[in-house]
Design a binder for this molecule. Structure first.
Ligand SMILES: *Cc1c(COP(=O)(O)O)cnc(C)c1O
Length: 353
């Protein structure tokens, strides 16, 4: 089945085959060589001098890591939909005070809002979602990064779960302390692992914090990775898959990869504008998924039933309270422009557009 939902995403057979290899002893030289290679390739693909780590968890685990290691007491949570809201909740569940900026679904969290909130509130870190998957909004992170420059003690923690490797994110230039992503989104790998960058400032902050826990202790990630090791038995199938996918990404070229995502997005957006309407605020539409307003009241579950029966694929209904009011089509990972055109043609035939 081909999943056009914004995670998990359809994966190439070659990626699945990599994951079917025999396990390695995770303290063996063979594993260390594989893992150090993967970490190097991640740095190259993400174009960063920061360390990059792999977590045997989904992206939400790294939400928890970021908060526990980088915030002593209080965070500013920038919320524009279900996923960014949830990160604020996770901070609260981990005992942090949470100051929230909340905008309506479909809107972006702008730099002036962040500047205003930082003027009024003393916080240890800002939680910012690069690409809000529930509304298809890409937030203006470069402008927010400018604001962050005036607050060198406030760490910049970024959820790039559904954008990393699909939409360019210049971690070093933007001064991002932690950027995190799940592999089942733009990486084009089955779910079960997450990837994150960590800046020297993030490590320094973690050193000040005693209560970092065990599984998501940032300093344990650092000391183990330096030896090509992991704290616990890692998700080896995903590390094989990352190794394979990163080679493919670097062969494609990251600039080409970002431009392919943009091209796919343009095809889907043009179609959505013509037949429905775009849900995100103009100028903030995501290049990894399109969220359309369901102006025709198309029955999305009926549409999916037919897509599944006739073409072995599905798209995504709106998320949470946006169910029925919007629908989402993912265009990320290893999908091609031709896949998107084919999908849209099938939808046209079923809906009668
Ligand atoms: C999918 C997603 C998450 C949650 O990731 P999991 O891997 O399910 O933990 C968080 N944030 C965003 C923006 C997402 O798209």
């Amino acid at each position: 089945m081909k999943l056009f939902i914004p995670g998990p995403i359809w994966c190439r057979d070659e990626v699945l085959k990599e994951m079917a290899k025999q396990p390695l002893g995770h303290r063996s030289k063979h594993f260390t060589t594989l893992y150090l290679g993967v970490l190097e390739k991640l740095k190259k693909a993400l174009n960063t001098q920061c360390d990059v780590h792999v977590s045997t968890s989904s992206g939400s685990g790294v939400w928890e890591l970021a908060v526990r290691n980088c915030a002593r007491k209080r965070v500013l949570s920038c919320e524009c939909g279900a996923f960014s809201n949830k990160w604020g909740d996770v901070a609260e569940l981990n005992g942090r005070e949470v100051v929230r900026i909340k905008v309506e679904p479909g809107k972006a969290v702008k730099a002036d809002m962040v500047a205003d909130a930082l003027k009024k509130n003393q916080v240890d870190a800002v939680l910012y979602c690069h690409n809000e998957t529930s509304t298809g909004v890409t937030n203006p992170i470069a402008a927010v990064a400018e604001v962050m420059r005036d607050y060198p003690d406030v760490l910049f923690l970024v959820d790039a779960v559904s954008s990393l490797t699909g939409i360019e994110l210049d971690v070093d230039k933007l001064g991002i302390d932690i950027a995190l992503a799940s592999v089942q989104k733009a990486f084009g790998i089955p779910p079960g692992a997450a990837v994150f960058t960590a800046s020297p400032r993030a490590y320094a902050r973690a050193k000040e914090i005693k209560d970092r826990g065990y599984y998501f202790d940032l300093l344990a990630f650092k000391s183990n990775a330096e030896k090509g090791q992991t704290l616990v038995t890692p998700c080896e199938p995903h590390i094989y898959a990352l190794n394979y996918q990163l080679d493919a990404m670097l062969a494609e070229g990251m600039a080409n990869r970002y431009s392919r995502h943009k091209q796919m997005a343009e095809v889907v957006r043009d179609w959505a504008r013509k037949n429905y309407a775009l849900f995100p605020e103009k100028g903030f539409e995501s290049n990894t998924l399109t969220c359309a307003t369901n102006t025709r009241n198309t029955d999305i579950s009926a549409l999916n039933k037919e897509l599944l029966a006739k073409h072995d694929c599905v798209i995504s209904d709106g998320y949470g309270e946006l169910k029925g009011k919007t629908f989402r089509i993912a265009h990320m990972g290893d999908m091609q422009v031709s896949d998107m055109r084919q999908l849209l043609q099938w939808i046209d035939e079923i809906v009668g557009l």
